[in-house]
Design a protein around this ligand. Structure first.
Ligand code: UDP
Ligand code: MG
Length: 309
C-alpha cells in the first residue's frame, strides 16, 4: 500500500490542530480508500495546549506521530523535522490552520501519479484578508529576489506541496542552518507543476507571522539565495571612487585657475555624512553574509526535540 506523509507544523494551534485532523481524515476516507496516511504533527515550542492536543490525537489514532521541540525554532525547523522522520512515498507540508485545503490532495496525487511530475506546488492567486502593506512588501520581495537570484521563486507560493520521496531526500540532505524552503524546493529542481487556488482564511487562532518576522525571513531568503547585494555594495564603492577622482581633478584645476579661497564647509559635511552612510550600509550587507556564515559554521542543530512518539 502506498503511503502519504502529512507534515503539520504547529505553533500555538490548540484549536486548529484537532480541526485540521478531522477535516483531513474526512478527505482521506472519501478520496483515498487505497492509500495510507501518516500524520506528523510538529509542535514548535507552543505556549498553549497544542502539545496536549496533538498527543491526544496520536494516542487515539495509530496513523499520527508527533514531535515536540524544546522551544520555538520557527516553521522552517518544524518542516525539516517533519521531513526528517517522514516515511511516506509521497510527502506533503500543510499548515495547521486549514489554509491549505486538504480537498486538493487527490487532484495533486493524481497529477504526480499520472502526469509524471515530482512535485505539485500551490500558489494562491489572491492575497485576500491580508493587510495591504504586507501584500505590497511581499510583492516587492518576490520581484527583487527573482531579479537577483538564479533560483526562481514564485509570488504567492505556499509551502503546501506534494513531493515524491526522491525530492524530499534531496531536500533533507541539505543541512544548512539558515533555511529558506521556498528557495530550497526550487534549488533541487525536479519537475514541478503549479496549481492555483483562492486564499482561504485560517479556521481558528491568529497568524504567527508579524511584519518584523517576515522582514527577517525575507532577508534570510535574499542572503541564502543571492550574493547580488555584495556585488551591489562593491559597485557603489567603485562608483564613489570614480566620482571622488573626478572631483579631485576638478578641484585641482579650479585651484590652479582661480586660487584657493577656503569655502565649501557645509557641502563638505554633507558629503562626509553621505559617504559614511553608504559605507555603513555596505558594511551592513557584508555583515549580513558574515553573520549567516558564522551561524552556519557553528553547526548548531536546526531544532532540538524534547519529546516524540
Ligand atoms: N508556525 C510554526 N512556527 C512558527 C510560526 C508558525 O510552526 O514559529 C506554523 C503555524 O502553526 C502554521 C504555519 O506555520 O501551521 C503557518 O503559520 P500562519 O498560519 O501563522 O502563517 P500565515 O498563514 O498567516 O502566513
Ligand atoms: Mg496560515
Amino acid at each position: 500500500m502506498e503511503k502519504i506523509s502529512i507534515i503539520v507544523p504547529c505553533y500555538n494551534e490548540e484549536e486548529s490542530a484537532p480541526l485540521f485532523y478531522k477535516e483531513t481524515e474526512k478527505v482521506r476516507m472519501q478520496d483515498f480508500p487505497e492509500i495510507e496516511f501518516e500524520y506528523i504533527f510538529v509542535d514548535d515550542g507552543s505556549k498553549d495546549k497544542t502539545l496536549e492536543e496533538i498527543k491526544k490525537i496520536s494516542q487515539e489514532n495509530e496513523n499520527v506521530k508527533y514531535i515536540s521541540f524544546s522551544r520555538n525554532f520557527g516553521k522552517e525547523a518544524a518542516m525539516l523535522a517533519g521531513l526528517d522522520v517522514s516515511t511516506g512515498d509521497y510527502i506533503t507540508l500543510m499548515d495547521a490552520d486549514l489554509q491549505d485545503p486538504p480537498s486538493l490532495l487527490r487532484k495533486m496525487y493524481e497529477m504526480i501519479k499520472n502526469e509524471g511530475y515530482d512535485c505539485i506546488a500551490t500558489r494562491r492567486i489572491t492575497r485576500k484578508g491580508e493587510p495591504p502593506i504586507r501584500s505590497f512588501f511581499a510583492r516587492c520581495f518576490y520581484k527583487l529576489i527573482n531579479h537577483i537570484s538564479d533560483v526562481e521563486m514564485v509570488d504567492g507560493a505556499r509551502d503546501f506541496r506534494l513531493m515524491t520521496r526522491q525530492m524530499v531526500d534531496n531536500i533533507i540532505s541539505m543541512r544548512e542552518y539558515n533555511r529558506f524552503s521556498k528557495g530550497l524546493f526550487s534549488f533541487v529542481g525536479f519537475k514541478t507543476k503549479w496549481i492555483e487556488y483562492e486564499n482561504v482564511e485560517r479556521v481558528a487562532g491568529k497568524t504567527k507571522w508579524s511584519f518584523w518576522k517576515l522582514f527577517k525571513y525575507a532577508i534570510e531568503g535574499i542572503t541564502a539565495f543571492s550574493t547580488a547585494p555584495l556585488i551591489f555594495s562593491s559597485f557603489i564603492g567603485l562608483l564613489f571612487c570614480l566620482i571622488a577622482f573626478l572631483l579631485i581633478i576638478f578641484i585641482i584645476v579650479k585651484t590652479l585657475v582661480y586660487g584657493d579661497p577656503t569655502s565649501g564647509w557645509p557641502s563638505m559635511v554633507c558629503i562626509i555624512v553621505f559617504v559614511s552612510g553608504v559605507q555603513l550600509f555596505s558594511l551592513g550587507i557584508i555583515g549580513q553574509y558574515l553573520s549567516k556564515t558564522y551561524l552556519e559554521v557553528k553547526h548548531r542543530p536546526t531544532y532540538i526535540i524534547k519529546e516524540k512518539n
